[in-house]
Design a protein around this ligand. Structure first.
Ligand code: FDA
Length: 400
C-alpha cells in the first residue's frame, strides 16, 4: 500500500498565481495541497509596488503583455478580469487608489493583498506547506502525479506549476523548477532574461549617470520595437525609473536605445523662434526650463560646451538643428541590465504553444497546468503581471 498523501490538486508555489489557483480550486471543493519552498507565502506580493502592491490596472488589454502568441492571454483575462479582482479587494474592505495611468495600489500595505488571499484559502480542504522542497515529480498510473518532497510523497490528480520566475533570488524562491519540469515533459522553454529591470552603462555614460545619480526627469525611451514616455532616474550604475523598466521588456543585449531628454517641446522650434524674435537666450537656458538643471548643465558641458551657452542669435540654423538632435535623440547602448538581483520579472518562459488558453492545461500532458510568470507571458509595468497571475491562476483553479 502506498504511504503517499492523496489529494485532488497539488499547486507548486504559494505566490500570486498559486494562491489564486488554490482559492479557486478549493472553492470548488477540490482537496488542495500547496507546496511552497520558501519560509513564507507570497513574498513578492509583500515587496511589490514599493510595499503597496500595484495589484492591477483599470485598463487591461492583450497588448499590455508580451507573448510569442499574442492571442494566448485573451481567454484568461476575459474569464477573470481586473474588475473581478478589484471586486474581491473591495469585498475585503481594502482601500486602494489609482496612482497613475490606471495603476491601482493599496492605500496602506501590500500585506493586505496577501492576507486577503490567505483568508480566501482558509478552507478545510486547502493545506499550505511552507519550506517544502520538491525533489521529484513523476506521472503515476492513475493519470495524475506523484510529488516527492523532503517530508514525504504526495499523490494528486492535477498538478499546477506556479513557481514564478528567477528574479530576486534572495527571497529563496528562484528555483527554476517550473522551467526544468517543462523541459522534462518535452515542453519548450524560451530563453529567459531579467526584465522590468534597470540598465547598466559603461564608460563615459556610466560616469555621467553616476554624477547625476538620484536625478529624475520625464523622457521618451525608444527601443528598436517600442517606445515609452515616463520618468527616468539616473543611478550610480546607469538608468532606472518606469520608462526605463518598461523599455527593458523590449530590449535585447547589444541593442541601442534612443532617449528624448526633452519630449514635451521641439528644441529646434523653440530656439528658431527665439532667434527670429531677436531674444538673447542660450540653448542651455531653454533646456534647463524643460528638465532638471543638473541634467541640462552636464549634457550641455558634454555635447556643446561652447555653442550651448551662447545666445541663439550667434548660432547657425545648422548648429541649432544639431543641438536639437543630441537632446531629442540621445543614442546609447546599455552594457547590460542589473539582472535578476533587482528585476521585477523574468521575460519569456514556458512556451504557450501547447498550453490551452482556456484552461492553462497542457494539451498533451493531461492534468498538468502552468500559470503565472513561469509561462512565456510578460506584462508591462503597471499591475499587469499580477493581473496575469490572478487570471491564469483562476482559470487553472477552475479546471484542475
Ligand atoms: P511568484 O513569484 O509570485 O510566486 C512563485 C512562488 O513559487 C514563490 O512563492 C516561490 O517561492 C515558489 N517556488 C519557486 N520554486 C518552487 C519550488 N521548487 N517548489 C515550491 N515552491 C516554489 N507586478 C505587478 O503587477 N505589480 C507590482 O507592483 C509588482 N511589483 C513588483 C516588485 C518587485 C520587487 C518584484 C520582484 C516583482 C514585482 N511584480 C509586480 C511582479 C510580480 O510580483 C510577479 O509577476 C508575480 O508575483 C508572479 O506571480 P507568480 O505566482 O507567477 O510568481
Amino acid at each position: 500500500m502506498s504511504n503517499a498523501r492523496s489529494c485532488d490538486v497539488i499547486i507548486l508555489g504559494a505566490g500570486a498565481a498559486g494562491l489564486m489557483a488554490a482559492k479557486t480550486a478549493g472553492a470548488r471543493g477540490r482537496r488542495v495541497v500547496v507546496l511552497e519552498v520558501a519560509n513564507k507565502p507570497g513574498k513578492k506580493i509583500l515587496m511589490s509596488g514599493g510595499g503597496r502592491c500595484n495589484f492591477t490596472n483599470l485598463e487591461v488589454l492583450p497588448s499590455h503583455f508580451i507573448c510569442r502568441n499574442p492571442h494566448f492571454v485573451k481567454s484568461a483575462l476575459k474569464q477573470y478580469t481586473n474588475w473581478d479582482f478589484i471586486g474581491m479587494v473591495a469585498e475585503h474592505g481594502i482601500a486602494y487608489h489609482e496612482k497613475e495611468a490606471g495603476q491601482l495600489f493599496c492605500d496602506k500595505s501590500s500585506k493586505q493583498i496577501l492576507a486577503m488571499l490567505l483568508q480566501e484559502c482558509e478552507l478545510p480542504n486547502i493545506d499550505i506547506f511552507l519550506e517544502t522542497a520538491t525533489s521529484k515529480i513523476e506521472s503515476n498510473v492513475a493519470g495524475g502525479f506523484n510529488v516527492t518532497t523532503e517530508t514525504g510523497v504526495f499523490e494528486c490528480q492535477s498538478l499546477v506549476i506556479a513557481t514564478g520566475g528567477l528574479s530576486i533570488p534572495t527571497l529563496g524562491g528562484a528555483t527554476g523548477l517550473g522551467y526544468d519540469l517543462a523541459r522534462e515533459f518535452g515542453i519548450e522553454v524560451y530563453p529567459l532574461s531579467a526584465s522590468l529591470v534597470p540598465f547598466t552603462l559603461s564608460g563615459v555614460w556610466k560616469e555621467l549617470s553616476a554624477s547625476l545619480a538620484g536625478v529624475s526627469l520625464t523622457v521618451d525611451v525608444q527601443t528598436p520595437s517600442n517606445s515609452f514616455y515616463g520618468d527616468m532616474l539616473f543611478t550610480h550604475r546607469g538608468l532606472s525609473g518606469p520608462a526605463i523598466l518598461q523599455s527593458s521588456n523590449y530590449w535585447e543585449l547589444g541593442q541601442p536605445i534612443i532617449i528624448d531628454l526633452i519630449p514635451n517641446i521641439s528644441l529646434e522650434k523653440e530656439l528658431l523662434t527665439l532667434k527670429q524674435k531677436g531674444i538673447k537666450k542660450s540653448p542651455l537656458q531653454v533646456i534647463a526650463e524643460q528638465t532638471a538643471r543638473s541634467v541640462a548643465d552636464k549634457m550641455i558641458d558634454y555635447w556643446w560646451p561652447q555653442e550651448g551657452k551662447k545666445s541663439v542669435l550667434e548660432l547657425s540654423n545648422k548648429t541649432i538643428e544639431q543641438i536639437h538632435n543630441t537632446f531629442h535623440q540621445w543614442s546609447l547602448t546599455p552594457s547590460g541590465t542589473e539582472g535578476y538581483r533587482t528585476a521585477e520579472v523574468t521575460k519569456a518562459g514556458v512556451s504557450v504553444d501547447e498550453i490551452s488558453s482556456q484552461t492553462m492545461e497542457h494539451k498533451h500532458v493531461k492534468n498538468l497546468f502552468f500559470v503565472g510568470e513561469v509561462l512565456d507571458v510578460t506584462g508591462h509595468l503597471g499591475g499587469f503581471n499580477f493581473q496575469w497571475a490572478w487570471s491564469s491562476g483562476y482559470v487553472a483553479g477552475k479546471n484542475a
